[in-house]
Design a binder for this molecule. Structure first.
Ligand SMILES: Nc1nc2c(ncn2[C@@H]2O[C@H](COP(=O)(O)OP(=O)(O)OP(=O)(O)O)[C@@H](O)[C@H]2O)c(=O)[nH]1
Length: 493
């Protein structure tokens, strides 16, 4: 099955390359035309309005698809080199070196979070809430499994199929959650063993976790709060997240790879279907899943649906009650009880990503359920996402500000070209919408809105890259791109 998936992925990549190559010519022509036609559609940069670097005879710029493929190949090669270099460190000796490695990065991440205290912000809510969660599990529910997955009556069919002894920590390689651990044969459910070992032991743990939940539940904000850097964009528009983005938290005795996924939703377009497929693929590959329930909204049908979907997964499932800063303790207590009745969660953790309340506690709980494993990523890596993707996302986030109705869903961004000149990173990006009317809204009167979007995005990109940025934004119409397989491929879906 994984071979078939490999093959499909190869086909997709080859198709995307072909697509990118053929689209490259059109895009350049269209760009030149639009540039000449109206400066209103360009904005945000400073100076150098003339456009891109002149090409030498016979020279051709790589398209975004080709550049991404090149980077992917480079990353794969780098990982292979890392694997080879770290081979002697695998196994038990890994733990000692992991200790020394983890300290600084995890301290840095904590500092960046601006608090990082494991003490909950509101004493009454914090201790109370997590006790309340425990109490409601133990008291109101007949299931008393606690956090030990081994005591749980739930036994997914997939677990039964797994062959014993097929996985040891020393076999693990630095892989991404979207690239399944194919080299390991059938998977065993390591989290049971992990949960059996008390937190705070001297075991090195590493693995993948993700947050799921209805759109707008606070998944991306929580991911950023845990990683300590903005790796995922957020907005108050549902279905903001469209990419699977991995953030890596380094601790002295653990490495937690958080996979930010789009919210599961009823798909209305081909894009929606693809995003849902992506989410389910991630679910089947991670070690721990935190189902997010926003505390300020009653438990509803969507929450019940998602909780039911969890039952068949191999991962350890915990509940995360988000946005607790928005409700009073009594409302929170009721909410915790309602959540505990949805599913036999291994743990229930109330948090606020905005105030930082219990974020560290949540990290402890996630790590507790990770398997014993060697380090998966090098020390200083916070995300394995290509810069271009992060930058495109920051531009999209800026463009989402202040737009409403269907427009947020119609916006897509592709970074066409990036280069560094005299210490300035020059970025040429296209912002796609689906209709001409949307194009006028995004550009605004005399280009004012686009300029604002550019300034906001540029500030965020400068903070990401740590360098001065020149940003050239170009608005294009790609009719009905959310329903068009060709356009979707071009835009990276
Ligand atoms: N007050 C408060 N607001 C929060 C908190 N966490 C998230 N939010 C807000 O809730 C909104 C949605 O947050 P996101 O992190 O984008 O939600 P998401 O679940 O990733 O959304 P999708 O991408 O649609 O799946 C944003 O406006 C956040 O600022 C929190 O702890 N407290």
């Amino acid at each position: 099955m994984s071979e078939a998936r490999d093959e499909r992925a190869r086909d997709r990549r080859a198709g995307a390359q072909r697509e990118a190559r053929s689209a490259g010519g059109d895009a350049r022509e269209a760009g030149a035309g639009a540039g000449a036609a109206g400066s209103g559609a360009r904005g945000a940069g400073s100076g150098d309005k003339s456009g891109k670097r002149p090409m030498a005879d016979g020279e051709r710029r790589l398209t975004a698809g080709e550049r991404n493929e090149l980077r992917r190949q480079e990353r794969r090669a780098a990982r292979r080199t890392d694997n080879a270099a770290s081979e002697p460190r695998r196994g038990s000796s890994q733990r000692g070196s992991g200790g020394a490695r983890g300290t600084d990065s995890s301290r840095a991440a904590g500092a960046a979070r601006g608090g990082g205290s494991s003490r909950p912000a509101g004493a009454s809510r914090s201790g109370g809430a997590s006790r309340a969660a425990g109490a409601s599990r133990g008291g109101d529910s007949p299931r008393a499994g606690g956090s030990d997955g081994a005591g749980s009556p739930r036994t997914p069919a997939s677990r039964e199929k797994a062959a014993p002894g097929d996985h040891t920590g020393s076999e693990r390689k630095p892989v991404t959650a979207s690239e399944p651990r194919r080299d390991q044969g059938p998977k065993r459910h390591r989290h049971r063993e992990a949960a059996r070992i008390e937190a705070g032991d001297d075991v090195y743990r590493a693995g993948f976790a993700c947050f799921v939940g209805r759109p707008n539940a606070g998944k991306s904000t929580l991911t950023n709060a845990i990683i300590g850097q903005k790796i995922a964009i957020t907005s108050n528009k549902p279905q903001t997240t469209r990419h699977v983005i991995r953030g890596i938290l380094h601790r002295e005795n653990a490495q937690l790879v958080l996979v930010d996924t789009p919210g599961l939703h009823r798909p209305r377009t081909l894009l929606g279907e693809r995003l849902n497929d992506l989410v389910r693929e991630v679910w089947s590959e991670v070690d721990v899943i935190g189902v997010c329930f926003p505390a300020d909204e009653p438990v509803g049908r969507g929450d019940r649906f998602i909780s039911a979907e969890m039952a068949e997964l191999k991962a350890t499932i915990i509940a995360v009650v988000t946005k607790v800063d928005l409700v009073d303790p009594a409302t929170l207590a009721k909410h915790l009880i309602a959540v505990s009745e949805l599913h036999d969660f291994a743990d229930i953790v109330p948090v606020s990503a905005v105030s930082g309340h219990q974020v560290q506690t949540l990290v402890d709980v996630l790590v507790k359920h990770l398997p014993e494993s060697p380090q998966l990523y090098p020390d200083d890596v916070l995300t394995d996402e290509p810069e271009q993707v992060l930058i495109a996302e920051l531009i999209r986030e800026a463009a989402l500000e202040g737009v409403r109705d269907e427009l947020p869903h119609s916006i897509a961004v592709l970074v066409e070209e990036m280069m560094v000149e005299n210490g300035v990173t020059k970025i040429y990006a296209d912002l796609y919408v689906e209709r001409d009317s949307q194009k006028s809204i995004v550009i605004g009167s005399r280009g004012a809105r686009l300029k604002e979007v550019g300034s906001r995005a540029r500030a965020e990109i400068e903070s990401l890259l740590g360098s001065r940025v020149y940003l050239d934004l170009h608005v294009r119409v790609a009719k009905e791109w959310q329903r068009d397989p060709r356009q979707l491929r071009k835009l990276g879906f």
